[in-house]
Design a protein around this ligand. Structure first.
Ligand SMILES: Nc1ncnc2c1ncn2[C@@H]1O[C@H](COP(=O)(O)OP(=O)(O)O)[C@@H](O)[C@H]1O
Ligand SMILES: O=C(O)C1=C[C@@H](OP(=O)(O)O)[C@@H](O)[C@H](O)C1
Ligand SMILES: [Mg+2]
Length: 173
């Protein structure tokens, strides 16, 4: 029987949280929620617009409130945004309420997978995407690791392989 345990995906932009999360939920018959999409649904505007009007602090406030509510649910796959782990309250909430998978990607892969990054304001604003992603990753990698139950390297690995790996660990844990 498939467990109704929550699965939370964390990791940098371009790691595949949204893509893998949706497929994982489908496969396990769980509800898929992406915290960015949830924030957009609640506000009726997109993420870049929130950054423009309220700055990153405004977005982080909304993200924290949204995650605090979502973790209370059961049987969900939650794809978080790459910066969700910056807030210690989010780290605590995610660690306490589900199985946390860190989808790891090298900076080079992050650069490639965010090439069409029109909806990622932190990258839109930067003239050097590689430098920005490297800087963010240096700060965030230890925070992802701090709460990860599983660290999964995604470079040159397709969705099917990653799904199989996640399921193997979730069911065993
Ligand atoms: N394992 C993978 N191999 C190749 N491409 C991937 C993989 N995971 C995601 N992608 C692609 O990378 C891009 C970013 O994926 P996305 O799920 O939006 O990442 P995130 O939500 O972590 O920022 C998408 O175009 C997606 O199709
Ligand atoms: O890394 C970040 O700080 C962000 C990542 C984005 O989500 P993805 O990681 O799904 O791209 C989104 O939450 C927002 O643009 C900020
Ligand atoms: Mg995403």
């Amino acid at each position: 029987m498939l467990s109704s345990r929550n699965i939370f995906l964390i990791g940098p932009m371009g790691a595949g949280k949204t893509t893998i999360g949706r497929r994982l939920a489908d496969k396990r018959g769980l509800e898929f929620i992406d915290s960015d999409h949830e924030i957009e649904a609640r506000t009726g505007v997109d993420i870049p617009y929130i950054f423009e009007k309220e700055g990153e602090p405004g977005f982080r406030r909304r993200e924290q409130q949204t995650i605090a509510e979502l973790v209370e649910r059961q049987g969900i796959v939650l794809a978080t945004g790459g910066g969700a782990i910056l807030d210690p309250r989010n780290r605590q909430a995610l660690a306490a309420h589900g199985f946390v998978v860190y989808l790891h990607a090298s900076v080079e892969q992050q650069v490639q997978r965010t090439a069409r990054a029109a909806n990622r304001p932190l990258l839109q604003a930067s003239s050097d995407r590689r430098e920005t992603l490297a800087r963010l990753f240096e700060i965030r990698d230890p925070l992802y690791r701090e709460i990860a139950d599983l660290v999964l390297h995604t470079d040159h690995r397709g969705a099917r392989t990653l799904l199989r790996e996640i399921e193997r660990h979730v069911d065993r844990d």
